[in-house]
Write a protein that binds this ligand. Sequence first.
Ligand code: TA6
Length: 309
Amino acid sequence: MHTDDLNTHHGIDQQLMFITGEHGVTLINISNEHATATISMQGAQVLSWKPKKAGHADKEVIWVSEAADFTPGQSVRGGIPVCWPWFGAHKTESEWPSHGFARTTIWQINSTVTLDDGSTRVTFTMEPDDSNAHMWPPHTSVLLQITIGQKLELELVTHNNGNESITISQAFHTYFFVEDVTRVYLHGLDDTDYLDKLDGYARKHQKGVVTVNEEIDRIYLDTATDCVIEDRSLNRNIIIIKCGSHSTVVWNPWKDTAEIMGDLGDSGYLTMLCVETANAADDTVVIEPGKDHHLWVQFDVQGGSHKDE
Ligand code: TA6
C-alpha cells in the first residue's frame, strides 16, 4: 500500500504518520505524550524509541548503526529485528537466512490505535509471499503488537491453525544504545549457565554481573527473570521484563568481528549491546494445534545506579 493510502486508513492525526524512508522502505513515525518512535514496515522493526521521561527526555534507547544498510531485503544492523520462525542458523537448511525471514519481509498493518493512557499501539501481521512461503511453518499465522508509551512493549503471537504441532525458535534481537559499553553492567543473569558460541557452544557458568571488554556471544539458559542494563556513563538503567522466553542472548561483536561484518560503523560496537529476549538453543517452542505462543517484552528506563549483585 502507498504511504498516502496507509495514512488515510491507519494514520493518527498529530501522532502517527507513514513516510517513505531511504530506498523507498515505508517507515512509521510516532510521537505521543510519552515518547517518540520510528518503526520500519520491513520486519516491523523498531528503529528508535525515545521516552519523554523526566531526566531521560529524548535520549535514544535503541541503537542503529551509522553504517546500516537500508536496501530492501537486507537486514538492518540495529533496532529490534524480529528473528522468526527460527533463531540463528536454520537447523537443517544451511541456505536459509540466519535468524529467519521475518526481519527482511514487509509486514502489513492490522490496526493502529491510541490507548486510554495516551500510548500508541501498532499491530502488524505477516503473510506468506513468494520470497518466504517455502520456509513458512505450515498453517501458522503471526501477529506483532508494538506499544509506544513511557515503556516500550512488543508481543509476538504465533498461532497454529493446523492439525499437527509446530516447533519454532525466535527472538527480539534488541540492540540497546549505551554510552560506553565498557562501563555497562548487565544484571539478572547471575548464577545461570550459558552456551558460549565463541567457544564451540561450551556450557559455562555466570557469576555476578555481565561486563563487556571483548567479543561476547552467549545464550543464557533457563533465564525468565528481569534483566537490567546499568549504564554508568548515562546514569541510566534499562529494565527488561519478559514473558514466554526462557533464554537470553547477549552479544557484542567487538572490534575485529565488527570490521569483518562491515555494517557496524567505525566504533559502533562501543555504543551498543544486544540483550535478546529469546527462545533459543534447547528453549524451542512447540505449539499444539489450535494453540498459540506469546513472546512478550517490556523495556523501561530509570535513572541511577543499580545494586543487586
Ligand atoms: O544473536 C547473536 C547473533 O546470533 C550473533 O551470533 C551474531 O552473528 C549476531 O546475532 C548477528 O547476526 P546477523 O545475522 O544479524 O549478522
